[in-house]
Design a binder for this molecule. Structure first.
Ligand SMILES: Cc1cc2nc3c(=O)[nH]c(=O)nc-3n(C[C@H](O)[C@H](O)[C@H](O)COP(=O)(O)OP(=O)(O)OC[C@H]3O[C@@H](n4cnc5c(N)ncnc54)[C@H](O)[C@@H]3O)c2cc1C
Length: 426
């Protein structure tokens, strides 16, 4: 694992990027490529949250929003089942009650078609953006072309997911449908109850997402990007640019990028904005490194649990717990992951050596917010939910292009904050 190097902060920069997850780091990479001086601000350094602990899938074929009724209603009905993936943190109810209402409305059929198209537009460009970024920083060794496998233990849920396959077909996403025998040929360690599979052939696997972010961070620092380990507290106009007040002092920037994941909303309140971004906590447990158990990220669709062969060990990720930043994680949920992982891959050996919890920044319609605050040079890049690793590098490129006034290869209208109407105003 590479170590992290810090440089002293400057007082004045072209661009301050708030948040060192995959989205903020990818944006800084693109800005540096375009010759801007950049300051990265994060109290936890690179990959301090979701960008560290995810399942590692650059899942170009995941096109359906989480509000798809085929997923959302079974998830809500399963709330009492301790093994079901969807959870509500009752103590944080005021933070996501209105969000849940908008989430269900985003599941209406006419809306879904538009969301799928906009998701595909980003995912389609995501693979090339990943390979470009990894190649530029010399980190292709962390990327494998394994594809992303979804497995189903029940015929009914496989049938319900037919719409997702239709959408992949409609958009020309490469995938194979596999029966039980074909599944075990591809992943010999899978339990016999895995009856159906779908392999997204062009999806990539980032073998250690946190390590990738740290390498990207160090690469940026070595080429002049400055860093500040501090929490951004306020953004205010100052002369021609902005004062970013942080726990480590003030900086002045001509432009500001807010890429602070689930924490982004607070920073924009003073500009009259309310981001409809809810925090959905996910968990992982790490098993010791072992050969031959699993070859690629493999999602057990009914459990929404992914088993991934990371470099440092086998990672089992799961759960989507609606909560709020600052609320405590529930270690009991992680303990629930272990028996399920062994059910899916019976040869998985040993006990978890570490565990983790982090927040997905989720919008009601599962599309990110890539926008500019009206009349300001403040740019928003957050809300990537379940697809932030996939879409991080392309979002960084699109954000940098907006900042530089360059044309966009992906039309940005579907990702504008204005789609939420009055709900986006504080
Ligand atoms: C269990 C799990 C599995 C997942 N699996 C996948 C997957 O396989 N594929 C996929 O595409 N996506 C996956 N995701 C989603 C993906 O990880 C996230 O969408 C993505 O990492 C979000 O990136 P980000 O840069 O927006 O936010 P983050 O990675 O959360 O980074 C935000 C950063 O902002 C910093 N910050 C917060 N407040 C401030 C402040 N005031 N000042 C400065 N900095 C601040 C934080 O410290 C943090 O480092 C998964 C997520 C989880 C939780």
């Amino acid at each position: 694992m590479s170590s992290v190097s810090w440089r002293p902060r400057p007082r004045v920069v072209d661009a301050a990027v708030i948040g060192c997850g995959i989205v903020g780091l990818s944006t800084a990479f693109q800005l540096q490529r375009r010759g801007l001086s950049c300051l990265l601000i994060d109290p936890r350094g690179p990959a301090g949250d979701a960008s560290h602990g995810n399942a590692g899938a650059v899942s170009v074929g995941n096109l359906m929003p989480a509000s798809d009724p085929a997923m959302a209603w079974p998830a809500l009905r399963g709330l009492r089942d301790p093994l079901a993936p969807f959870k509500l943190d009752a103590g944080a109810w005021p933070h996501y009650a209105a969000w849940l209402w908008r989430f269900l409305r985003a599941g209406q059929p006419p809306r879904i078609a538009a969301i799928v198209d906009a998701t595909h537009a980003l995912n389609h460009a995501a693979r090339a953006a990943w390979l470009d970024l990894a190649g530029a920083i010399g980190a292709l060794d962390l990327i494998s072309p394994t594809g992303y496998l979804h497995v189903y233990s029940q015929d009914a849920s496989f049938e319900r997911a037919a719409i997702a396959r239709t959408q992949m077909q409609r958009h020309g996403v490469a995938f194979d449908v596999l029966d039980g025998a074909q599944l075990r040929e591809l992943e010999p360690g899978l339990a016999p109850f895995a009856r159906h599979g779908v392999l997204q052939r062009d999806s990539l696997f980032v073998q250690e997402p946190g390590e990738f972010c740290r390498r990207l961070f160090n690469w940026l620092c070595a080429r002049g990007t400055d860093t500040l380990i501090a929490s951004a507290r306020v953004i205010e106009r100052e002369g021609e640019g902005y004062r970013v007040g942080t726990s480590g002092g003030d900086v002045h920037a001509d432009q500001v990028v807010v890429a602070a994941g689930a924490w982004s909303g607070e920073l924009l309140r003073s500009f009259g904005l309310r981001l409809p971004v809810a925090a959905a906590r996910g968990y992982h447990a790490m098993y010791p490194r072992q050969e031959g158990v699993v070859r690629r990220p493999t999602l057990w669709a009914e459990r929404y649990m992914v088993v991934s062969p990371m470099r440092s060990g086998v990672r089992v990720t799961g759960f989507k717990e609606m909560t709020a930043p600052g609320r405590p994680a529930r270690p009991g949920l992680i303990r629930g992951l272990a028996p399920q992982a062994r059910q899916l891959f019976p040869a998985l050996a040993g006990e978890p050596v570490s565990d983790w919890a982090g927040l997905r920044p989720c919008t009601p319609d599962s599309l990110p917010i890539l926008d500019r605050v009206e009349g300001e040079r403040i740019f928003i890049a957050t809300g990537h939910g379940h697809l932030g690793l996939t879409q991080g590098p392309i979002s960084g490129e699109l954000t940098a292009r907006s900042m530089m006034g360059e044309g966009s290869p992906v039309p940005l209208a579907p990702y504008r904050l204005a789609r939420f109407g009055g709900a986006a105003r504080a």
